[in-house]
Design a protein around this ligand. Structure first.
Ligand code: 13P
Ligand code: SF4
Length: 397
């Protein structure tokens, strides 16, 4: 099977340029730049093997303190069961940085999270992603070439000097390095407000990458900026599709990226659930569209969603707008509360779901045999500047 690139055979509207990004059949063929779409190079246990749980337990026990397993809240139950710690992307970054004694960090999450863990851990620790096809479509929406080009556009408009890049954790190590080199910080969904407050103390404008929704929701609903203060930079259009005047007038320059999972929620789902369950609390992730977040009662990261449900009154009703593995787990943990999924259709994050028990067993058993599979390594130069940006985030008040 071959990788399919998006640079040909595309029927694009006038003025829209094709992206150089490779469109890959997930799980097949290699993409050297993103490590996405790489076949598992070993003997993967069969998903129907009845001994998978026992094998994972035995391998983990043999490895003992040598391995530390991090599990993002969107992982499958069968994987979460083996996580030493679970969390949102901020908590997991901190947890990775706080484990200097574990030679192997197995990251059950997606590629950008494992990259961040590699940046935050020492050189003799090895970070492993059990399936290299576990990427993030949002992170792929900003390539370093596109972002460098955008920075040139801002420089030509005379505003690069007063613009501070703020990049969402859901971005490649290259983008994080760009951010560190240019005086910016990383943020996650749990500290985006603090990151923006910090950025506006350093400069007059923010270039927010790559999730337009988190950027807009935080700027408008938490910092009190107006929608008119925000412009949308489209990397597929010359000059981002913006005039120099628009760029100079803006306070927030939002990259045109989004999460395909959270993009599915819409206002009609909020209205429908309010009609169906009177008194329901609508709780959504800030990657949802602005109108959805505005229509909701509460907004926050995956960790915030869990904590909110833990603190909720028995008998209360909740409609949650985020990935389905998490919503199901929260519902099962709170049988005394009514917890429903906000959308009518099933909504897993397909790349998060690539990490399954067979891949975890394969990873752990390989480690027991002394073989490190699927190591995620960021090169030294990228790591240096990406770490500057990540450290700025970890130091936010
Ligand atoms: P959290 O940081 O809230 O866990 O979000 C990560 C993510 O990828 C959400 O789609
Ligand atoms: Fe990326 Fe969306 Fe999946 Fe989060 S839920 S990892 S943003 S594709």
């Amino acid at each position: 099977m071959r990788a399919v690139t998006a640079t040909h055979d595309l029927d694009l509207p006038p003025g829209v340029r094709p992206t150089p990004l490779a469109l890959l059949m997930l799980g097949r063929a290699a993409d050297a730049r993103s490590e996405r779409g790489v076949e598992c190079p070993g003997d993967l246990p069969s998903p129907s093997d009845p001994n998978l749980v026992a094998r994972a337990r035995a391998a983990k026990e043999k490895l003992g303190d040598k391995v530390f397993i991090l599990g993002h809240h969107y992982q499958r139950d069968e994987v979460i069961e083996f996580a030493d710690v679970t969390g949102d992307s901020f908590k997991l970054a901190r947890e990775a940085a706080a484990r200097p004694d574990a030679p192997y960090i197995v990251f059950c999450g997606v590629h950008f999270m494992a990259e961040s863990a590699d940046i935050l851990t020492s050189d003799d620790q090895q970070v492993i992603l059990p399936d290299l096809a576990a990427g993030c479509s949002m992170a792929d929406m900003a390539t370093s070439e596109q972002v460098e080009e955008c920075w040139d556009v801002l420089a030509e408009a005379g505003i690069a000097d007063v613009t501070v890049p703020v990049s969402y954790m859901n971005s490649s190590a290259d983008i994080k390095a760009f951010t560190g080199r240019n005086g910016g910080t990383i943020c996650t969904s749990s500290n985006a407000r603090r990151a923006l407050d910090w950025a506006f103390e350093q400069g007059e404008k923010v270039l927010f990458l790559p999730d337009q929704h988190l950027g807009r929701n935080t700027a408008v609903l938490e910092l009190g900026l107006s929608l008119d203060d925000c412009v949308l930079y489209n990397p597929h259009k010359p000059n981002g599709g913006l005039t120099v005047e628009q760029l100079r007038a803006a306070k927030m320059i939002l990259w045109r990226g989004h999460c395909s999972v959270h993009g599915r929620f819409d206002v009609s789902s909020v209205e429908e659930v309010r009609e169906r369950i009177p008194g329901v609390n609508v709780l959504v992730h800030p990657e949802c569209r602005h109108e959805v977040v505005t229509a909701a009662d509460h907004v926050g990261s995956t960790e915030y969603i869990i904590n909110t449900l833990d603190a909720a009154e028995p008998g209360s009703a909740w409609a949650i707008g985020t990935e389905l593995n998490l919503v199901r787990r929260v519902a099962a943990a709170h049988p005394d509360k009514q917890v429903v999924f906000l959308d009518k259709t099933v909504c897993f994050c397909s790349t998060m779901n690539r990490i399954d028990l067979p891949h975890l067993v394969w990873t752990l058993e390989s480690l027991v045999e002394g073989t490190v599979v699927n190591r995620i390594r960021v090169d030294a130069e990228t790591e240096k500047f990406a770490k500057v940006a990540l450290d700025r985030m970890l130091a936010l008040p």
